[in-house]
Design a protein around this ligand. Sequence first.
Ligand code: AMP
Ligand code: ZN
Length: 305
Amino acid sequence: MTAHDPYDPKEFYDNLVKHKLVLPGTTPGIFGRGAEFEKVLLGFNNLVSRIASDDSAELMLFPPCVDRKLIEKVGYMKSFPHLAGTVFSFCGHDAQHRDLLGRIQDGKPWADLLEMSDISLTPAVCYPVYGNLTGTLPEKGRLVDLTGWVYRHEPSPEPTRMVSFRMREFVRAADADTVIEWRNTWKERGLQLLLELGLPAKLDTASDAFFGRGGKMLAANQRDQQLKFEVLVPVISAENPTAVCSFNYHQDHFGKTFDIKAANGEVAQTACMAFGLERMTMAMFKTHGFVTAQWPESVKKLLWP
Ligand code: AMP
Ligand code: ZN
């Protein structure tokens, strides 16, 4: 007999469903969120707002889709072609429409009846921001506050790996020293916040899932230069804890691409930090149990003051 795995992903998912936290879907990575799940997710997002309230970030809101040209411009197809979601739509006339319906009825492929549109699904909530920062930044740079849905084509039976999920994100654009200092402050703050919520969180250097053989080098470089950090919490594995929060230092990538200058005249540097809101919420249910009424008082007070 094998020992019971306290982090079994299937058991975790089944429990989320049993407690109506997750409303099961029919395709991997897509499911609904129940009322209690949303109560925790929004409670956490509001807590982040309170913690960041003195930072005077500018709020921006974007839809979960972008101009496809933006995805091309930021180099997403170079680094993550396997994760991109490009929208294809039907633009035909009556005859093609009849063909389309016939094929759907017969269960036959119909992809060739679609045309590529100018639209991509948003893979990271910060991408639409940079084009709004073009020009010379004010003395202290800029700080943007975002919440939004993203799409990543990584369907998986793991409950913590969705194809569509929400991020709460902050973007900082300024000179290098200011950006690095901001990133370091949030690194501490993010970890502290999760520890206060009772999560067994740890900070570690990380890398992105760059595509292909060249991608391995990009990932190694990202780690060597400590450009990405993650806060990890065990949710579906003790050995491979789940990233619930990320800190990315882009150096001058977006500054160059979008012609953003710091007040000192140099190309601006940027960094962003993002909480994966669904993953944060799942980490809370994993750690404190599936019934919020039974959670520690200190945690409930933080989420719902
Ligand atoms: P990234 O831009 O890859 O650093 O992602 C930002 C945050 O989004 C991560 O720290 C995770 O919490 C969350 N995240 C990333 N990928 C997924 C996914 N497939 N499903 C759910 N959350 C995710
Ligand atoms: Zn970002």
